[in-house]
Design a protein around this ligand. Structure first.
Ligand code: NDP
Length: 285
């Protein structure tokens, strides 16, 4: 039987409605509207598309949004000065520096400069540390979106075998931490993992975050498993595919996310959610 499709657009739409209602209530109660500022350095075409889409979604959900554009040649000091200004601005609640930044800028230094309670990407070491001790403060948007997708779809996590392929700081590691804190038995795999196919075939929930087109094949999937494809890869033909070979995987899986239209829309929905959460956190401080 073919797998049930987890429709990211539909789920993100539901989340968006929830955020819109909460933003309205927040604004009415506190007399201030949650605001996100995205900082972009340079002219990377993909980054410009992402930034425009974040700005548009913010406005659609009733939040304020500003985009700060710096030239490709902007110095690290100039970028840090922008962050310092935004950190100190009480009307700005969330700061996101669009990655990648040009090579002459140290991205780690930049991310660490953002106030942890304005860090809507959840990449600051304070937020990473909190997540690892089970205190979810501001959580990276993509893995958090996967968790929301499972929750909204009524898929339970506790007691399940979860295998995460990939151990990046933005997807794999926080994904594993979130699954663990929801009582899955979690295995994190990577490029040095031996016999990856048989490890994956034990998974009730398989999350692929590798960055290799159609890497996960049918033989790596347990019949009935939940298969979450985080990957976004563009083939030379221009076609967008995930890290999972969708057609054959959906013959075996119980649930599967498509690419595009799976995890991607959830990532942006969670950025909006985090901006609202950041505004709430700042009122508490
Ligand atoms: P990274 O390149 O940072 O990490 C990839 C991970 O995959 C690494 O841990 C690497 O292992 C592992 N890996 C690579 N090759 C293999 C292999 N042959 N077998 C097992 N593991 C392997 O990627 P990201 O985590 O940043 O992104 C992963 C994918 O998700 C990309 O396609 C990216 O575009 C997409 N993405 C999608 C988002 C969305 O909104 N949907 C958001 C963010 C990312 P090792 O550590 O050993 O090198």
């Amino acid at each position: 039987m073919a797998a049930q499709i987890l429709d990211g657009k539909e789920i993100a739409g539901k989340l968006g409605e929830q955020v819109r209602a909460e933003v309205k209530a927040f604004t009415a109660k506190h007399g201030v509207t949650p605001m996100l500022t995205v900082v972009i350095v340079g002219e990377d075409p993909a980054s410009k598309v992402y930034v425009a889409s974040k700005h548009k979604t913010c406005v659609e959900l009733g939040m304020k949004s500003e985009v700060v554009r710096l030239s490709e040649t902007a110095t690290e000091e100039e970028l840090l000065a922008v962050i310092d200004r935004l950190n100190a601005d009480p009307l700005n609640h969330g700061i996101l520096v669009q990655l990648p930044v040009p090579k002459h800028i140290d991205s780690e230094k930049v991310l660490e400069r953002i106030r942890p309670d304005k860090d809507v990407d959840g990449f600051h070491p304070v937020n990473v540390g909190k997540l690892s001790i089970g205190k979810e403060h501001l959580v990276p948007c993509t893995p958090y979106g996967v968790i929301k997708m499972l929750e909204i779809s009524g898929i339970s996590v506790a007691g399940k075998n979860a295998v995460v392929i990939g151990r990046s700081n933005i997807v794999g590691k926080p994904m594993a931490a979130l699954l663990l804190s929801r009582s899955a038995t979690v295995t994190v795999t990577h490029s040095k993992t031996k016999d990856l196919a048989s490890v994956c075939a034990q998974a009730d929930i398989l999350v692929a975050a590798i960055g290799k087109p159609e890497f996960v094949t049918k033989d790596m999937i347990k019949p009935g498993a939940v298969v979450i494809d985080v990957g976004i890869n563009r083939l030379p033909t221009g076609k967008l595919v995930g890290d999972v070979k969708f057609d054959e995987a959906s013959e075996v899986a119980g649930y599967i996310t498509p690419v595009p239209g799976g995890v991607g829309p959830l990532t942006i929905a969670m950025l909006m959610y985090n901006t609202l959460r950041a505004a709430e956190l700042q009122l508490q401080n």
